[in-house]
Write a protein that binds this ligand. Sequence first.
Ligand SMILES: *Cc1c(COP(=O)(O)O)cnc(C)c1O
Length: 378
Amino acid sequence: MDHSATTAANPAVTEAMLPYFSENFGNPSSLYSIGRQARRAIEEARQKVADLIGAKKEEIIFTGSGTESDNLAIKGIAYKNRKKGDHIITSSIEHHAVLHVCKYLESQGFKVTYLPVNKDGIVNPADVEKAITSQTILITIMHANNEIGTLQPLEDIGKIAREKNIPFHTDAVQTAGKLPLDVEALGVSLLSMSAHKMYGPKGVGALYLRKGIFIEPLFHGGGHERNLRSGTENVPGIVGFGKAAELAKQRFPEEAKLADLRDRLIKGVLEIKDSYLNGHPTKRLPNNANFRFSYIEGESMILNLDMKGVSASTGSACSSTSLEPSHVLMAIGLKPEEAHGSLRLTLGLGNTQDDVDYVVSVLPEIVNKLRMISPLGR
Ligand SMILES: *Cc1c(COP(=O)(O)O)cnc(C)c1O
């Protein structure tokens, strides 16, 4: 129940990848036949990834991860437009792949506005509009939050960005492959995706770059990916991503059905005394449930759930490399002790109603046990 951290590659994805490690090992830049075959495979995958989000094939750049896509989008726009302006607008609940890029750019002389969110984790489009200055060169707001699952009103923000003619990037790593996306309807000019969050392989991502939007590359070399991402292409990874995108597109109704399991999970877990749901009750990912329990620590819950065979995650401190509790949970107004008691359960296609009922049956016992030995009160 930690599918927002990663997913298993679909067997059809692995199968599609395998030949590109061995018999079809050609370098896509080579002119002879096995090279041309690899090139063709990459271009087919590009079309499939483009089809997933209503983009044109030429607008997809393959990268090494969702993190790299975010870096390429944000630094790429920033470095390209340095002479035009130095101001970037983002939110306070972005993934670190956006937040830490923005912090870095501040150290390079850029100015960043970190917009607040309401108690459900939603950015107010009016705040975006108010934050725009003559120096604003980029708006970057994630589509769905990876911790609390909240969906942002991208269409409204996209409209504002379009009116003001400012490039608009979104980190859609958590929604690509889960929800039908259309870059036109969303009004975005750049969009980040990652294969391993949608039943594809790890170590391959993509950036949608709208025709007419220009960025500076991060890597210089042989000029791969239209000169925007030099480095011999990860052919098996890209082929796997293409297959994952193709399958995801056929599977949207199945993904939507996860919302029923999610709601069953939420209802069951909230029966526990002093438990609360984090994030918006309905404007959230179909697979995301995020709770907090008073008086206990997330880490202990994770370890106890693991002993019962359940993989989950928390926004508490020690689960990450920093000592601060999750910046997302702090941004929705929780106190540090509340954030420490958080538990994220994210469903995937392998989960069944029995899985949900099992978690609902073992969790109260764990919570009670931990509360009994808790130094945090009660
Ligand atoms: C997982 C994730 C990323 C990073 O993607 P990687 O491919 O693991 O680098 C970025 N943004 C969000 C919202 C994510 O959930």
